[in-house]
Design a protein around this ligand. Structure first.
Ligand SMILES: [Zn+2]
Length: 469
């Protein structure tokens, strides 16, 4: 395979690549406001076809999904590239130096809403496929593309879509580029996300607020009910006391420990980013807590009177809002049931309610998964730098749909500069990082194809139908 020709093609077609990205950024696609979504999906499908990729816009109950495919050989390794074509609302407009949907180059960066998050990153995969088709005799792996239009709104339809199109999306690995590089510019590989479960505890006392002097000691206080329940859930060190809470948490292995020790950490600088004088722990502890351990958080507590002066009441109702950050192999359903059983045992008067925003399952590809080393080597070959391996991002994304529904592991390699201003005014993408991204995608395709032919990769178990479709 002539990957040199592919990389040369990418270098020779920088201006065209930039034009393609600018065309995509010019089209608004604000999922939160329902602006330009259908037009952007159609435009993106057209750009895929221009690159030689069979593409289709698939309508859904919510936002349409753009699918694409380059089929090489039914027996070859199949890589599914995921991205999202929707963007965050651009407001406040007055803080933009150039209008958000008029892509503008300044100081080696393309400015515009969606340049980094995620149009510039998803189109890098498409342009890498084009380079392989034009200059390399076709990509060395089967390529599939799924670009959703509602990631910035929490991907409400993604799981159902993947379930409904499981055969069509069947892949050995899912490849994702979103988010930013390390602030030093060094490449990053991210292998997972913590999950999230939102829970509300509600305690009801009397049906009205009561005088705390005349009724104090007789009328039950719902705030005390919640305080007592909460104190039985987590101890002062943060250890969760709910029965069976840690049952499914994977032990941290030697490979993970070694990677935690390699991540950079500065207690004072990290503390400053959080408004603390310092983080009182060592680097491996810091990263282990964020990446590999669950956390039970109280994010809001509503009760009583907090207005001016004072009001001596026994409140009638108290509500505590919590988020549970979960790690593999915990599930939101399992943890919700354990929380409910715990609360019922401690104080059956307290209600446990799931909270409206979408629960997301945790997922994490193990660092010794054979594709991780292959992707890391491809990144190193392009960037000439050692990538940071993030075992898991602390925040939540719907990445669990890939292993849980599709049976495919996932690897994320962000392409944007760390100061891309995603979700903020003056979002931008460094042109050099954009071109690097196209090279990285092309090299990842090459490296996975080569490793697969050498029998070094893990294949997803295939059904007969999954093989053929
Ligand atoms: Zn975003």
């Amino acid at each position: 395979m002539s990957s040199e020709r592919v990389h040369r093609y990418i270098d020779d077609h920088r201006d065209e690549a930039l034009d393609v990205l600018a065309t995509l950024v010019r089209q608004p696609s604000i999922s939160a406001q329902g602006v330009g979504i259908e037009a952007c999906a159609a435009l993106l499908a057209g750009l895929l076809r221009d690159a030689g990729i069979a593409a289709e816009v698939v309508p859904t109950a919510t936002r349409p999904v753009v699918l694409g495919e380059v089929r090489r050989d039914p027996a070859a390794y199949t890589l599914l590239c995921y991205g999202h074509y929707d963007v965050q609302p651009p407001e406040p407009l007055e803080l933009w130096e150039s209008p958000p949907f008029e892509p503008t180059i300044r100081d080696g960066r393309l400015y515009g809403r969606g340049t980094g998050d995620n149009k510039g990153q998803l189109i890098a995969h498409v342009l890498a496929a084009r380079a392989w088709l034009e200059a390399g005799g076709g990509p060395p792996v089967n390529l599939k593309f799924i670009f959703e239009g509602e990631e910035e709104s929490g991907s409400p339809g993604l799981a159902a879509f993947v379930r409904a199109h499981r055969e069509r999306l069947a892949a050995d690995l899912v490849y994702i580029s979103d988010g930013g590089l390390h602030p030093s510019g060094a490449p990053v590989i991210t292998l997972g996300n913590r999950g999230i479960l939102g829970v509300t505890l509600v305690a009801q006392g009397a049906d009205r607020d009561n005088h705390s002097g005349n009724k104090g000691g007789v009328v039950p206080n719902p705030v005390w009910m919640l305080v007592h329940v909460l104190a039985t859930m987590v101890d002062a060190s943060g250890r969760v006391l709910i029965d069976g809470f840690y049952d499914r948490v994977r032990p941290v292995g030697a490979v993970e420990e070694a990677l935690l020790g390699r991540l950079d950490f500065d207690p004072v600088a990290f503390g400053r980013t959080m408004g603390l004088p310092e983080v009182p722990m060592d680097g491996p502890t810091y990263w282990r807590r964020i990446m590999l351990e669950p956390y039970v958080n109280i994010n809001g507590f509503i009760s009583g009177y907090v207005g001016p002066g004072s009001k001596t009441i026994i409140p009638s109702k108290a509500e505590c809002r919590m988020d549970f950050r979960l790690v593999v192999d915990q599930t939101t359903e399992e943890i919700f049931e354990k929380v409910r059983a715990h609360v019922v045992r401690v104080d059956p008067r307290v209600q446990v309610l799931p909270r409206g925003f979408g629960a997301m399952e945790p997922s994490r590809t193990p660092p010794d998964h054979p594709a991780v080393a292959v992707v890391a080597q491809a990144v190193r070959a392009v960037r000439g730098l050692e990538p940071y391996v993030n075992l898991c991002a602390g925040g939540s994304l719907p990445s669990a749909v890939w292993p849980r529904i599709l049976g495919a592991d996932h690897i994320s390699v962000p392409y944007a500069n760390a100061d891309e201003n995603n979700h903020s005014p003056n979002e931008n993408l460094s042109l050099e990082r954009f071109y690097d991204g196209i090279h990285v995608s092309a090299e990842v395709f090459r490296a996975l194809g080569e490793a697969d032919r050498a029998g070094a990769l893990r294949r997803r178990p295939r059904t007969e139908r999954g093989d053929r479709r």
